[in-house]
Design a binder for this molecule. Structure first.
Ligand code: OGA
Ligand code: NI
Length: 209
């Protein structure tokens, strides 16, 4: 099953190649959006989120002056309620392999919750000791987001900055190694499905040349 037609994918992939990032609205169907949101809410209520760290898992430092979000790492086998979300992630990976000649072979995703007043300072999504993250992918789950709620994604480009509002159903993809970005302070709870398409499965430690 395909979630999006090929001609749309070609356009999105073109933008990603050309600009290093792409913003796609209504990436999730209403049904899938509801499922992911309900799952997230359930995991929050069950207190299954942890304060996020900085760097790869071997050096999982926590510093809320740099990043204040809480995450729940997804597991395809355990989190069966999200099987459709894993399918759309896999479609994305397959399309990028086909049209961009990438060799993406895995992915890692988490749900993210930024409480009111938190942010994530300017950074790159690759770690010094593990640089297999090729494409960053964020899908926002903020129903009713409005100006003033904050939590915008700021993308730093050579020719200036780009602000992306974290509106519900919007997907942002960018090249993990090349695009510095930050999450501006949010004034309300901010929710997303966030992850990375990997050159090699995590733990392999492939170093980009
Ligand atoms: C990240 C990140 C951006 C966002 O988790 O590394 O930069 O808009 N997220 O949530
Ligand atoms: Ni990031």
């Amino acid at each position: 099953m395909n979630f999006h037609p090929e001609e749309k994918w070609i356009d999105w992939v073109d933008q990603l190649s050309l600009n290093d990032f792409v913003v796609i609205d209504d990436f999730l169907s209403e049904d899938l959006f509801k499922r992911v949101s309900a799952f997230l809410l359930h995991k929050l209520v069950e207190d299954e989120f942890d304060l996020a760290g900085i760097g790869s898992s071997s050096k999982n430092l926590k510093d809320t002056s740099i990043r204040g979000d809480f995450t729940y790492w997804l597991d395809k086998d355990r989190d069966e309620d999200l099987s459709l979300a894993f399918e759309i992630i896999e479609e994305t990976k397959d399309v990028l392999n086909r049209f961009c000649f990438l060799s993406l072979s895995g992915y890692e995703f988490h749900l993210a919750y930024y409480p009111e007043g938190t942010y994530y300072k300017k950074h790159l999504d690759q770690f010094q000791e593990r640089s297999n993250r090729m494409i960053s992918m964020i899908i926002y789950l903020n129903e009713g987001w409005k100006k003033g709620d904050g939590g915008e994604l700021k993308i730093f480009k050579e020719d200036g900055e780009q602000i992306v509002d974290p509106v519900a159903g919007r997907c942002v993809m960018f090249k993990s190694a090349d695009v510095p970005h930050e999450v501006m302070q949010t004034n309300v709870g901010r929710y997303s499905l966030t992850g990375w398409l990997l050159y090699q499965p995590s733990g392999v430690g492939f170093v980009l040349g």
